[in-house]
Write a protein that binds this ligand. Sequence first.
Ligand code: PLP
Length: 463
Amino acid sequence: MTEKQKRRKSWAEPYKIKMVELLKMTSREDRLSAIGQAGYNTFLLRSEDVYIDLLTDSGTSAMSDRQWSGLMMGDEAYAGSRNFYHLIETVEKYYSYKYTVPTHQGRGAEHILSQIMINRGDYIPGNMYFTTTRLHQELAGGTFVDVIIDQAHDPADTHPFKGNVDFAKLDALVEKVGAKKIPYVCIATCVNMAGGQPISMANLRQLRRWCDEHKIPIVHDMTRLAENAFFIQQREDGWSEKSVAEIAFEICSLTDIATMSAKKDPMVNIGGFLAMNDRNLYERACNMVVVYEGLHTYGGMAGRDMEALAIGITESVHDDHIRARVGQVEYLGRKIAEAGVPIVKPVGGHAVFLNARSFLPHIPQEQFPAQALSAAIYVQSGVRSMERGAVSAGRNKDTGENYMPKLELVRLTLPRRVYTQAHMDVTAEGVIEVFENAGEVRGLRFTYEPEVLRFFQARFEPV
Ligand SMILES: *Cc1c(COP(=O)(O)O)cnc(C)c1O
């Protein structure tokens, strides 16, 4: 198939709708009042007041009829639930990892992993930070070091694998602190904060060699593995004939340990796990999970949720599923970009990221342009998005200074299997209308700033 033919193929959904959830339609006045009450923070809106909810793809996807029937098969035994065994077999079959510890969600796994692997004074390199991941590293006494390629910080750069690791940055870190101070390298597939950008198989293989040389394990944040596998199939030489499932398995095989937020790729409303191949490490993780989550055969999950997760994993790596999933994101991205709206390119696997710096050039970063844009899009269209810029980046733990990240973005995140093409059209229209009147949007200042993960609960007012 030529590139052109490939592109012309429709991304139509490999499912049909069996049940619907009715939505409230609101007026501009309603929305103005709602955003004021929410302190200009879309996290604080009531979901009832939202028409199209693109806040996050976390726990918001639509489960299949098979997953729903899996809920009825829950074995809610305190110990040794049948669903636990189904889950660990599924993880090993699709993701290669031998030992799995269920947790209530991704950050539960990050907490346990950080506590057992990081010592005070350690450095943890990663292909860009993620909010909860970095926080758990810091709480364990570590310091995150960004080793992603420079192109990832440039929203206009169209590098096909912006999630790649820059080995010069890794070498420089080893030179500076020594390999003994690096408990692991943390690699996210389809890097969320970079705009849902993939890492290539070639880069990952090189990382495997580098880590073997330095005797450092690789931790895989596998939250969006399937989307990354799809991009490798589409973009990387030598992989176009392999299935997404085969590529996903290969990626996992190149890593040692994984944290999973099952609320993303595997399409459950709640859940996650920590997985690994090392028996000794597994035992230490089990000792921790019983303190913070629950017995090691359920962690933070009900039996029925583990069943829905096991089924969701098998659905998430289906070629037809992932092609439609990423296809819908690309459809929205193309529609917005064609109107001249600045977005992160290439369009990522789970979201369209608007470049708020060039969208609102009149608002300085100190006045949080992405936060202001997200609020303005809600008022215009009832579409809820999320800030991924200076507010999310927080403050430096030593100096107290605000981080001022190069990427000041608004994320329109698509839940899996939830919205239709017409919803995408309405979303694009809303964003374009705000763009045409961008001069009217004003910057924001804090009226309340929480100490950690401030983006969740912060409140603002217009400057
Ligand atoms: C969502 C997410 C997490 C955290 O998972 P939760 O389930 O929200 O606790 C970690 N890493 C990445 C890349 C994520 O997107």
